[in-house]
Write a protein that binds this ligand. Structure first.
Ligand code: ACO
Length: 194
């Protein structure tokens, strides 16, 4: 698995992964806005097609999904191929907060979206993507803190943010999501030594 900064050539594959993994989806121009405005802040995790084929085979042969009683992942769309021979398996879409009406006195970043394809979960990929994004927001953009929203029911993501990455829950935002679910608004202060 390779973790590298996202480029404009990755945005279609990022959008595809997002559509697979999350109900919160964005127009392509919003990905473009992130990657063009803060080119250092968003990252992708990629693998080779060969490795992905082996992973696919392993899943089929050992029926990992069945053992874990997870729903079968739909067959990957060919447009997952970010660059020839390379397949996107995860991404983090990050930005600086640039709302002119914001009352913030300090520069601060925001994690818009994070996801990892099901076959590649629990391998530390999301943690690595997040650490790269947090470091870049702090180092390059001088963010003093980073915020994000997560569904209250999203145990995996909540564990990752709170327990692994030491984000704090700031508040509960009622009916934040379109289906009416509440969100935890989370924040993490950044320091260069992290
Ligand atoms: N149950 C409990 N804790 C979990 C789980 C899980 N299923 N998955 C990850 N974690 C936590 C653990 O604390 C884990 O540390 P550990 O393995 O040492 O115990 C830590 O997260 C790091 O795990 P990673 O392997 O780095 O996480 P992964 O690559 O599997 O990705 C993610 C986690 C992104 C939440 C993945 O499950 C996913 O893509 N889910 C669907 C999309 C999603 O929910 N994205 C986040 C939405 S919020 C937002 O975008 C701002």
């Amino acid at each position: 698995i390779t973790i590298r900064p996202a480029t404009i050539d990755d945005i279609l594959a990022m959008q595809n992964a997002n559509l697979h993994n999350l109900p919160e989806n964005y127009m392509l121009k919003y990905y473009m806005y992130h990657v063009l405005s803060w080119p250092e802040a968003s990252f992708v995790a990629t693998t080779t097609n060969e490795v992905d084929d082996i992973m696919d085979q392993l899943v089929e042969e050992e029926e990992i999904d069945d053992k874990l009683s997870l729903p079968k992942e739909p067959k990957l769309d060919p447009s997952y191929i970010a660059h020839s021979g390379e397949k996107l398996v995860g991404y983090v879409l990050a930005k600086m907060n640039d709302d002119p009406d914001s009352q913030d006195t300090e520069p601060n970043g925001h994690i818009t979206s994070l996801s990892v394809m099901r076959t590649y979960r629990r391998m530390g990929i999301a943690e690595k993507l997040m650490r790269q994004a947090l470091f870049a927001l702090c180092e390059v953009h001088k963010a003093k803190y980073v915020s994000l929203h997560v569904r209250q029911s999203n145990r995996a993501a909540l564990h990752l943010y709170r327990d692994t990455l030491a984000f704090e829950v700031l508040s509960v935002e009622s009916s934040y999501y379109q289906d009416g679910e509440d969100a935890y608004a989370m924040e993490k202060r950044l320091a260069l030594d992290q």
